[in-house]
Design a protein around this ligand. Structure first.
Ligand code: SF4
Length: 221
């Protein structure tokens, strides 16, 4: 089940406890821990520190770009967004860091695709907004993965909440809701984690190899 996406940008810096010991990548109760950092103008300056914490604490980290399209989903995120060129510089730094830091667990391929995104004020593009085939894996949201919210609404992914028609799984069932979600008309997006997910379901070798490398070199479960 997907939790409702963050709807308010607080400007807070990533709050990361450093109490975990290298052999203890688990929260109390034995829950495995992964850090997801959503980079924006307020916290991008802390990237190096975050990467170092990941390395020294042996914490898996996903680095995502804050979504800021003004479509009613992200409230005031646009006020906290990085300029597009700064976003590309940040991705360059992540790509460089990945060469030696296996704790960054999204693939270079997904970051490279995100870097080619033409306009980061948009989160995603539909087929009618694109001119021919788009780079990157085919979207499998609404077919192989989806987002189901606590009230039962099923959307292809978190970026399409309230942007495309949805059915409620408590009324029509998961299969019917998924069939409707699969007709979303969206073909590409700048979300690194969704590019990664679509790359995995499309069996893209570089994405699969990256995940294998992560498991083999870090020992995460
Ligand atoms: S391309 Fe697919 S995964 Fe990306 S926003 Fe659109 S529906 Fe979601």
């Amino acid at each position: 089940m997907a939790r409702r996406p963050h709807t308010t940008v607080t400007g807070a810096r990533a709050a990361i406890t450093t109490r975990w010991r290298p052999s203890k990548r688990r929260a109390p109760g034995g829950v495995p821990v992964k850090v997801n950092a959503v980079l924006n103008a307020n916290n991008a300056g802390d990237l190096e520190r975050l990467l170092e914490i990941g390395r020294t604490q042996r914490l898996p980290i996903t680095l995502n770009l804050m979504r800021s399209e003004q479509n009613g989903l992200w409230k005031n995120a646009a006020d906290h967004r990085l300029e597009d060129e700064r976003i590309r510089q940040l991705i360059d730094r992540i790509l460089e860091a990945r060469r030696t830091n296996p704790w960054i667990i999204l693939s270079s391929r997904s970051y490279e695709l995100a870097r080619r995104w033409p306009d980061f004020t948009r989160d995603r593009l539909t087929a009618v907004e694109t001119d021919g085939p788009v780079p990157g894996p085919p979207c499998s949201a609404g077919r192989f993965h989806c987002a189901i919210y606590p009230d039962g609404r099923l959307f292809p992914c978190t970026l399409t909440e309230e942007q495309v028609p949805a059915s409620n799984v408590t009324i029509v069932g998961v299969a019917a809701a998924l069939a409707r979600a699969g007709r979303h008309g969206c073909v590409t997006c700048s979300s690194v984690c969704l590019l990664e997910m679509n790359g995995l379901f499309a069996l893209r070798p570089r994405v699969i190899a990256s995940l294998a490398r992560t498991y083999l070199t870090t020992g995460i479960e």
